[in-house]
Design a protein around this ligand. Structure first.
Ligand code: DGL
Length: 279
């Protein structure tokens, strides 16, 4: 399909997590239309093999490409870690932007000491995607990765704060940031990357656990900037006045997507804005 300025930007995630990126994209590029797919029927991606995640990512992107999109944002760190090559091979005419490199950029800019902790899904940590992306920018950096898989269902459930969530966060994060096991204060990371697009929703609880000193970064804003730059390079930026629209596709329960998605976006998604699709 011929790509034109008026086509939407396509984005996908395993669920509603990628809406944290959609929000940043809409703030930065308010004129653009966005078509978002949440593959909720197959969530979580983060515990699955790279082969399975790549297959899911190609199928989710195929649905967006069939509808006509001018650029694809992989709004999922797990898929960005393992599927970018497969996506670029499957859809060579469409620019594909992942969230890991932008997240690595944000962490390198935020860390003073170069000691950086990354929390993400099991798959993202296992593949060392952030370690590689950070070392490409800052070879001397010390990168510590920790999987926090329980944060994904908590975010999907809308359980974002309170004693239970902070207890889980402490169990994951105290070994890095607090207590004897974490090592001397001066050797602890000064930056925490939220390397899963679901995690920014839990930022308040995470902040309460790690304290005020540690810089906390995610990929959303840097990804939005990367999208703007790429569209600009390709002459595909929409500058017409007026508000861009956001439309949503999901592979499972529409009303659940609308309800949880509204929480992520901080605005109401109506059930009429969400379409059930099969991949
Ligand atoms: N939100 C996704 C990520 O950024 C994946 C969560 C999951 O499905 O496990 O990694």
């Amino acid at each position: 399909m011929h790509r034109s300025v008026s086509l939407p930007i396509g984005m996908f995630d395993s669920g509603v997590g990628g809406l944290t990126v959609l929000k940043a994209l809409r703030d930065r590029l308010p004129c653009e239309d966005i078509l978002y797919l949440g593959d909720t029927a197959r969530l979580p991606y983060g515990t699955k093999s790279p082969e399975t995640v790549s297959r899911y990512a190609v199928q989710a992107s195929g649905k967006l490409v069939d509808r006509g999109v001018k650029l694809l944002v992989v709004a999922c760190n797990t898929a960005s870690s393992v599927a970018l090559d497969a996506l670029r091979a499957a859809y060579p005419a469409i620019p594909v932007i992942g969230v890991v490199e932008p997240g690595a950029q944000a962490s390198c800019a935020a860390s003073r000491t170069g000691s950086i902790a990354v929390i993400a899904t099991e798959s993202t940590i296992r593949g060392n995607a952030y370690q590689k992306a950070i070392h490409a920018l800052r070879p001397e950096a010390h990168v510590l990765g920790r999987p926090c898989p329980l944060f994904v269902p908590l975010a999907e459930e809308g359980w974002l704060d309170g004693a239970l969530v902070e207890g889980i966060a402490a169990r994951y994060l105290d070994p890095i940031f607090a207590g004897e096991v974490a090592g001397p204060a001066e050797e602890r990371p000064d930056c925490l990357v939220l390397g899963c697009t679901h995690f920014p929703l839990l930022a308040g609880a995470i902040r309460n656990v790690i304290g005020p000193e540690v810089a906390m970064v995610d990929s959303a804003e840097t990804t939005a900037r990367a999208v703007e730059a790429e569209l600009g390079r390709q002459g595909l930026l929409r500058t017409a006045p007026g508000c861009g629209t956001s439309r949503f596709l999901t592979t499972d329960d529409v009303s659940r997507f609308a309800r949880t998605g509204s929480l992520f976006l901080g605005m109401t998604i109506g059930v009429d804005d969400v379409e059930l699709v099969d991949l």
